[in-house]
Design a binder for this molecule. Structure first.
Ligand code: PBG
Length: 327
């Protein structure tokens, strides 16, 4: 083989300028969705021990956090609520004066241009910590749908721009679509947690949202991490039922699934970079074992390369600052 018979791939890597010209994937602040935890009570700014840099906020202290998000140019947030009272059917999830409903009203009043997504689930609001109604130790599907619809409609009433149902009951998209339409909210899109695995990476979130199941686990409704074809069936159902966005969750161990969803469906794909993925990096970074900025940017760009159009991440604020530094 003579010398000019092999490819000179390094030509396109030689300078920063050329590398930028041939870069195939870009991360933009417009891709980001930032999660915010709101907690009933007053004067609360609690750092979540397993998620350094992430806080629970009471409504009287929330404005500064939201203003920072807006100032950084992050276009959208997702709101998770931690209620004062829980009961067996999660009444506080759909109360007019529920913590999420009040938070949405307050945020939209101050920042009408910020897109506010409501996470629609029951597990933070039920005393047993499951995502639905329980009978004889089992999570009932169709009975739960009614409560989810009430929750979604109450969030729409409060001014949510997008409803994001995360509880993995069968038929939740159809039920919520129908409920929203009936209540006059046919213009509110549904960002479905279409493909959600029963993952150990949700651990820190459950600390943050006080939503661990008191018995058993979520394996009868969330998916087995070993399954790939099943993810296509889940996504297909949600598309047929009227979803407007498809979430894959978690993100990092599921890049193949993100790519499959992207290749098989035409809706926008959202990668949920979950709490455990955040904590692993934070923990290592705080120990000085890895370089946080480089690792986070590499991992988010990988999610986009895998096919994500949007990324829901606890790193969103840092990412915007890092992207600006690099420009
Ligand atoms: C509620 C919900 C969970 C997460 C988002 N919505 C927890 C769960 O299903 O147990 C996890 C998010 C994260 O880990 O960052 N159903």
């Amino acid at each position: 083989m003579s010398l000019n018979e092999f490819g000179r791939h390094r030509r396109l890597r030689r300078t920063h300028g050329i590398r930028k010209m041939v870069r195939e994937t870009h991360l933009h602040k417009e891709d980001l969705i930032y999660p915010i935890f709101v907690k009933e009570g007053s004067n609360i700014k609690n750092e979540i021990p397993s998620m350094p840099g992430v806080y629970q906020w009471s409504l009287d202290r929330l404005d500064g956090e939201v203003e920072e998000v807006v100032r950084l140019g992050i276009p959208s947030i997702i709101v998770f609520g931690i209620p004062a009272e829980k009961d067996d059917c999660g009444t506080s999830a759909y109360a007019k004066e529920g913590i999420v409903q009040r938070a949405i009203r307050q945020i939209k009043r101050n920042h009408p241009e910020l897109t506010v997504i409501a996470d629609t689930c029951l597990c933070q609001f039920t005393d047993h910590g499951h995502c639905g109604v329980i009978e004889n130790g089992e999570v009932l599907n169709d009975e739960t749908l009614e409560l989810l619809v009430k929750t979604a409609v109450s969030q729409g009433e409060a001014g949510a721009d997008i409803i994001a149902p995360s509880n993995m009951m069968d038929g939740f998209v159809a039920a919520i679509r129908h409920g929203l339409d009936e209540a006059g909210y046919h213009n509110i899109p549904i960002m479905s947690y279409a493909v959600k695995y029963a993952s150990a990476f949700y651990g820190p979130f459950r600390d943050a949202a006080h939503s661990s199941p008191k018995f058993g686990d979520r394996k009868t409704y969330q998916m087995d991490p070993a399954n790939r074809m099943e993810a296509m069936r889940e996504a297909e159902s949600d598309v047929m039922e009227g979803a407007d966005f498809l979430i894959v969750k978690p993100a990092l161990s599921y890049l193949d699934i993100i790519r499959d969803v992207k290749n098989n469906f035409t809706l926008p794909v959202v990668a949920y970079n979950v709490s455990g993925e955040y904590s692993m990096i934070k923990g290592a970074a705080l120990n000085g074992w890895i370089d946080e900025k480089s690792v986070v940017l590499e991992k988010l760009v990988s999610m986009k390369r895998a096919g994500a159009d949007l990324i829901l991440t606890y790193f969103a604020k840092d990412v915007v600052k890092w992207l600006e530094e690099d420009n």
